[in-house]
Design a protein around this ligand. Structure first.
Ligand SMILES: Nc1ncnc2c1ncn2[C@@H]1O[C@H](COP(=O)(O)OP(=O)(O)O)[C@@H](O)[C@H]1O
Ligand SMILES: [Mg+2]
Length: 262
């Protein structure tokens, strides 16, 4: 009798335990689904915020180019005409007007460059390779650096979001090379396969201590690299940064070309 009791109890206990395990498993699955759902919503929201920021940059870039840019062009032409008019009549005035034309020219070029750096229209019009070539030339000329672009995209167009993402990562990485690496050369490589786009920015400059630069020691001052990593992860991609003091830096990006959208 006693043995049967024990058996009966343990059978009931096992049934109860199984029931509870089942229920916990179901709860866990539901929680997991909610977590995934939350993450997907967060990604969508973060991407939307980023795209709004890019749209705003596009609008500002256009306004700078078409608004202030046009006004400066008109001003430059007007002062140039005055310069011609007074060239023979008044030497002092003519010299001042010539200086003014140069000043307005500088302001016009600065405005155009700022506009393009905010959002290069070549990225929308001609795509990633053309935009990277333009970026390398512009930054190279401005800083006296040799920035080479090795890109196998030719005229292939990718999704606008991906083109923008890769352009911004390369732009920010090159800005870091210019600001921190202390070298006169940088290499940008871009390779596409049917499923992935890979891009890297390499320099043989000063390098840095990875831990502090990525904010892993709670250093809040390093938002650039951290922000790049977060942005790439929003697109289901990965950003690897390899660096050490004295050994140069490689920033490597891989982003899926299909199925990245949630
Ligand atoms: N290419 C590079 N060469 C040398 N140091 C770099 C390079 N890129 C980043 N760093 C270092 O990592 C730090 C963090 O970079 P980042 O997050 O972009 O911030 P910021 O450029 O605003 O300083 C930089 O301050 C610099 O010390
Ligand atoms: Mg930076």
């Amino acid at each position: 009798m006693a043995t049967e009791d024990v058996n009966f109890d343990s059978e009931e206990a096992i049934t109860e335990i199984t029931r509870r395990v089942d229920s916990i498993t179901r709860e866990n699955q539901a929680l997991f689904r909610r977590l995934l759902d939350g993450e997907r919503r967060f990604r969508r929201l973060a991407k939307a915020v980023w795209m709004v920021q890019e749209d705003e940059r596009r609008r500002l870039a256009r306004e700078l180019h078409d608004g202030i840019g046009q006004t400066l062009t008109a001003l430059k032409n007007q002062v140039a005409r005055l310069h011609i008019k007074y060239e023979d009549a008044d030497e002092t005035l003519a010299a001042a007007l010539k200086d003014s034309v140069e000043l307005v020219s500088t302001a016009l070029n600065d405005t155009r460059e700022l506009s393009r750096l905010l959002r290069p229209s070549v990225l929308d019009d001609l795509g990633l390779e053309a935009a990277l070539t333009w970026l390398a030339r512009t930054l190279g000329q401005r800083t006296d650096m040799d920035i080479s672009i090795d890109c196998d995209l030719d005229e292939e167009r990718l999704e606008p979001e991906i083109e923008t993402l890769v352009f911004r990562i390369v732009q920010e990485s090159l800005t870091n090379v210019i600001k921190h690496a202390g070298v006169a050369e940088a290499v940008v490589q871009v390779q596409s396969s049917p499923d992935f786009l890979r891009a890297s920015v390499t320099d043989k400059g000063a390098g840095f201590e990875m831990k502090s630069a990525l904010g892993e020691d709670n250093n809040p001052a390093s938002s650039g690299l951290r922000g790049m990593k977060d942005r790439v992860e929003l697109f289901g991609g990965q950003l690897a940064i390899r660096s050490a003091p004295g050994s140069g830096t490689v920033v490597e990006l891989a982003v899926p070309l299909t199925g990245h959208q949630d």
